[in-house]
Design a protein around this ligand. Structure first.
Ligand code: FA5
Length: 342
């Protein structure tokens, strides 16, 4: 190789450079000439084969060609970048005077909203909130609630059993009563226990297999049925307003004696009233009663000294009553057309 070859290489490189139309082509050109296996590197490699007297001239020429090509490349690269910018500005013009797009605001799920409403009312009535587990032992869900093994009342709750013997998904929040009593260790109690419950029952417009309950428990000296009635009616007035009717019926639960159930009348102007209330005009929102002496004992309280009342309510049923919602399944379907209305 001689200095002539270097000049030919230079001419050829410059010509190819001119044909590069964009940044990617320029970078490929650069690799072709200046990469590790590039032609310029190869040219410098030839230096050791050049006769001694020509070495200096060859070396100087190689350095000149390298500098010239590098300069030409950098100029071409800057020009290509500028061209690309101009193209993007003219083909995709940005109008900075356009109004911005508002991000869509999220909101609380209706089930969370109704729970918070319930918490606020009971907080005003002096109740504390206490949470207990969703996976329970058979003993907590049934036995300590006055339902020994094989008690027929266990059939009131279609239970999801786990693969671990004697461990179930809680069918109601009532086992929380035992947890609270044991934690309070003899002191007076006034709490609500919100949480998810699970039942293996037929899904319908009013019943889901997974639903919220809010349990209430008050234990102390001289607590009576009149306190229960007063608490429930005060709550219902706050929740549904003074015009809605509250109906209290006698009922049966193994863990309360006496037991009651409470219904609210469905909005009269709703065309679905008959269908959703099975023709009665009422929807049940809770079960309640005076805590059974056996349950007080299981919680470590002496039924000779204290009495108590308890209730278990369905918040989703209450939201249905407030807004004449015709299907409880809407809660967990995640249909934005439903959720956005709250
Ligand atoms: C109970 O679960 C009792 N533990 C309530 C109780 C507590 C009684 C304390 C006495 C003392 P029940 O199965 O009726 O009772 O359910 C209570 C409320 O939960 C119902 O009134 C209803 O509002 C709601 N509920 C029950 N099952 C479902 C379901 N499948 N889907 C939605 N809500 C339900």
């Amino acid at each position: 190789m001689a200095t002539d070859d270097l000049r030919r290489l230079e001419a050829q490189a410059l010509e190819q450079l001119q044909q590069c139309s964009d940044e990617a082509a320029l970078r490929a050109w650069n690799t072709h000439y200046f990469g590790d296996n590039g032609l310029m590197k190869a040219a410098f490699g030839k230096l050791k084969e050049i006769p001694k007297e020509q070495k200096a001239a060859f070396g100087a020429e190689a350095n000149r060609v390298k500098a010239a090509l590098t300069e030409a490349y950098e100029k071409a690269l800057a020009a290509a970048k500028e061209r690309a910018l101009q193209i993007s500005l003219t083909t995709n013009p940005l109008d900075v005077t356009l109004p911005g797009r508002m991000p869509r605001r999220g909101r609380l799920h209706p089930a969370t909203q109704i729970l918070r409403q319930i918490y606020a009312i009971f907080a005003d009535l002096g109740f504390q909130i206490y949470r207990t587990r969703e996976v329970e032992t058979d003993a907590m869900n049934f036995e300590y609630l006055n339902m020994p093994a094989h008690h027929p009342a266990r059939d009131m709750w279609d239970t999801f059993f786990t693969t671990t013997p004697n461990v179930v998904l809680r069918t109601h929040t009532s086992p929380g009563q035992i947890h609270v009593m044991r934690a309070a260790a003899g002191r007076p109690i006034r709490v609500i226990l919100p949480g998810m419950c699970y039942r293996n029952e037929a899904i319908s417009t009013r019943s889901e297999i997974q639903f919220y309950q809010v349990e209430g428990l008050v234990v102390g000296e001289g607590v009576t049925m009149a306190d229960l009635k007063g608490t429930i009616t005060a709550f219902a007035r706050r929740m549904f307003g003074p015009d809605r009717q509250v109906r209290i019926r006698s009922s049966y639960f193994p863990f309360t004696e006496p037991s009651i159930e409470v219904d609210i009348d469905w909005p009269h102007d709703d065309p679905n009233r008959d269908r959703l209330t099975k023709g009665t005009g009422w929807l049940e929102i809770l079960g309640a009663g005076m805590v059974h002496p056996n349950v007080l004992r299981a919680g470590g309280y002496d039924p000779q000294k204290v009495t108590g009342f308890a209730f278990g309510m369905g918040p989703q049923r209450m939201l249905m009553l407030q807004h004449a919602i015709d299907d409880i399944r809407l809660f967990w379907q995640n249909d934005l057309r439903f959720l956005q209305q709250f």
